[in-house]
Design a binder for this molecule. Structure first.
Ligand code: CDP
Ligand code: MG
Length: 698
């Protein structure tokens, strides 16, 4: 039975549509207060604050859902850590976690988002000068350090979800160690010089010592504690009910299908309680969402009370909070999620977990310089976190869609991302922070020498670093300032010279979203015909461009007749008619606006090449020359940089025409190595536009 507190968590995100049955504002507030009091962390508020006051670095470990992320910042605020305009910053590995948690905390504080509580993530900043509790991605906080190296606006920085060990978290852990030292040094020097005067940081702000809190859901705090010279670790007791873990007898050949079967089995046979399903990405989640809806139609009328909901990184803002709302009475919710629901966010009401046993993860081969996003088995730690989600509110069940013997074979924990990703992005940032000795930098886990060398080389080829590894001015600085992978920042800078900046902005925005088209099973043929209408024989980048432009023209024409609110509806309709994913397009349009803002701030004039697609393709070649591939006699392709044999992904518009030479953006390993997002180029352009890398005979 859900307790009072859980009931509250649900009702607090009810929409503000008038509903005669909805509780009054007063009782809503009362319920929020009760919910907050009922969280395990509430009973240790005083102790936590004392420890923060006593220790400059504190490690806090606690079961997911105990209230660390939503409550601790509020405790700090109440204890006076935000006096004199100071902020508490909370970094999250995932943007969607930063966004949903900030919204929740604003609600708990009864303030509009963006005032006292706000979030800042790449391409979306809701904070204002009155923001005191600032949720952000770890990547965003790193970027702030570029502008304000002492992070002087923060009295406390909380690095949340540190167990995730994303590459940005790892860099942040090291950088904050340095910032903390620099700030203490600055304060000490200053007080010895002036007998207690204050030091001015960025924009003349007062500098005081920095408090650092590292939060993690995994029980192993040792690694963080040791890294910070034996820092104190505190454990927050959570509530965990027993979870019955079930395995399949045989390995499943199709985990998506197995997940569907399991969802319906639970729905038909198990007692009340919502279901949480772990899948790997937006495409898969949306396809399962449609399949659930389709199969529901075949059930008897009284068994159709199952409500699929989704949560993944690219979900538009206004749809994110829906998973937290309770299902209408009589309905069972089935939440289709990526690994974001493992520890980053807690969804109330879950009693059943379906674990496909896989996750999409980055892998990198520094020898070949090839990074790819692959679907791989989870670690044991991830599997345990996933099953734990079923036991938050009462005893639960977890269905692992693999045999028990497979579990034993899983890695204990996930390898830190810094050991399996392309480092060019972080190295460029460290360089622009003035940290030149990357090999000697105090990482918690050092990246391999090979990966560092490869990244330095890539940055040099992209024009961001000089031959002796120093930041190239102004190009390297400009690239570091843009919040995206160096190849894309480079592409924007080049596009400015090729007079196709408008087109490249659209390209970068479209490449930032996961699935542009959608392909409902029941309308495959229709979808294909519709897609053909956009498909360019020259390449996918041009195809995406025409989708974006056509939607723009369509909206432009209707601008006069319609209010802002209606635009959204018109857009959804256009997308549906054209088999385009409206969630993705919306995300891409927002991203476009944000990146455009950045380049305009940098003084770029956004010009368009109109229909001169030759110039645009040449610009793509000049930008993505490190990812060029040439057709071989047998119809496969050879990636020129790595020498690897790759195949054009069937989803690409160039799958059939197989041009002689292409540039591509994505490499993906499934049954074969596939390249995606490609455009045909003239091989001679490579020597002409990237002469420092290609010679004509190649
Ligand atoms: O960080 P930690 O995992 O310890 O917990 P939290 O994220 O602070 O969540 C505490 C509680 O707030 C959980 O019970 C969530 O269900 C609830 N919550 C919510 O109802 N809606 C949100 N958007 C976020 C959290
Ligand atoms: Mg948390």
């Amino acid at each position: 039975m859900p307790s009072m507190a859980q009931g509250e968590a649900k009702s607090s995100v009810l929409s503000n549509k008038p509903n005669p049955k909805s509780p009054s504002r007063f009782s809503m507030r009362q319920k929020i207060t009760e919910h907050r009091k009922s969280l395990p962390i509430a009973s240790v508020e005083k102790r936590l604050i004392e420890e923060v006051q006593k220790n400059d670095i504190l490690i806090i470990v606690g079961e997911t859902g105990s209230g660390k992320t939503t409550q601790l910042p509020q405790f700090l605020f109440n204890a006076g850590f935000c006096r004199e305009g100071k902020m508490v910053g909370i970094s999250q590995p995932r943007r969607i976690a930063a966004m949903t948690v900030a919204k929740r905390v604003a609600e708990e504080c009864d303030v509009p988002l963006g005032q006292k509580v706000g979030y800042s993530v790449r391409f979306d900043d809701t904070t204002s000068s009155s923001t005191r509790l600032k949720y952000m991605t770890d990547g965003f906080l790193l970027r702030e350090a570029l502008v304000d190296p002492l992070l002087s606006r923060y009295s406390v920085i909380i690095v949340d979800e540190a167990h995730e060990r994303t590459v940005h978290t790892d860099v942040l852990l090291a950088l904050l160690k340095k910032v903390q030292r620099d700030r203490s040094k600055a304060v000490n020097e200053r007080s010895s010089e002036t007998g207690g005067g204050v030091l001015r940081g960025c924009q003349g702000r007062k500098v005081s010592p920095l408090k650092l809190i590292i939060m993690s859901a995994s029980l192993d705090a040792r690694v963080f504690s040791e890294y910070y010279g034996g820092a104190k670790a505190l454990h927050v007791q959570g509530r965990q009910f027993p979870v019955n873990v079930l395995y399949t007898v045989h390995p499943e050949t199709d985990y998506v299908d197995a997940a569907l079967v399991t969802i319906f089995q639970i729905h038909m046979e198990e007692k009340e309680g919502d279901i949480l399903v772990f899948l790997t990405g937006q495409d898969e989640i949306e396809s399962v969402e449609r399949l659930v809806q389709e199969r529901l139609q075949h059930l008897p009328e009284d068994k159709r009370m199952l409500l699929p909901m989704t949560i993944f990184a690219g979900l538009p803002s206004e749809q994110q909070m829906r998973v937290f709302a309770p299902a209408p009475i009589g309905f069972r919710k089935v939440v289709l999620a990526t690994n974001i629901a493992e520890t980053s966010i807690t969804i109330p009401g879950i009693r059943y977990v379906v674990d496909t046993g896989v996750v999409k993860a980055r892998t990198y081969d520094p020898n070949k310089g090839m990074e790819s996003l692959d679907v791989v088995p989870t670690s044991k730690a991830q599997a345990l976190q996933r099953s734990g989600r079923a036991g938050r509110e009462g005893p639960g069940k977890c269905f692992r869609l693999y045999p028990e013997r497979e579990f034993e074979k899983l890695e204990d924990s996930t390898k830190p991302e810094i050991k399996r990703c392309n480092l060019s992005n972080v190295i460029l940032q460290l360089k622009s922070l003035g940290i030149d000795d990357i090999g000697g930098f105090d990482f918690i886990d050092k990246p391999s020498r090979g990966a560092i060398v490869k990244a330095l080389e890539e940055l040099r080829l992209l024009g961001a670093l000089t031959d002796d590894g120093k930041l190239e001015k102004p190009v390297g600085e400009q690239m570091a300032r843009l919040p995206m992978d160096p190849v894309y920042s480079r592409a924007l800078i080049l596009a400015n010279q090729f007079n196709c900046l408008e087109e490249m902005l659209i390209t970068v925005a479209m490449l930032n979203v996961e699935s542009i088209f959608y392909d409902p099973r029941e309308k495959r043929e229709e979808a294909r015909t519709s897609r053909n209408h956009f498909t360019s024989v020259e390449g996918d980048h041009l195809t995406y461009l025409s989708v974006y432009r056509e939607l723009n023209e369509f909206l432009e024409k209707r601008k006069e007749e319609n209010s802002e609110a209606k635009v959204d509806k018109i857009m959804r309709k256009w997308c549906k008619d054209n088999f385009v994913n409206s969630r993705s397009l919306k995300h891409a349009r927002d991203t476009y606006r944000q990146i455009r803002g950045y380049v305009e701030q940098m003084g770029f004039n956004v010009s368009s090449c109109g229909n001169d697609m030759l110039e645009y393709r040449r610009c793509l070649a000049a930008s993505f020359f490190l990812k060029a591939a040439q057709r071989q006699m047998d119809g496969t392709y050879r990636a020129l940089e790595s020498g690897e044999i790759v195949h054009i992904h069937p989803i690409s518009g160039l799958f059939r025409s197989k041009p002689e030479c292409v540039v591509f953006n994505e490499l993906m390993q499934t049954t074969k190595k596939y390249i995606k997002n490609l455009t045909r180029i003239d091989p001679l352009w490579l020597a002409e536009l990237a002469p420092h890398h290609y010679k004509t005979e190649e």
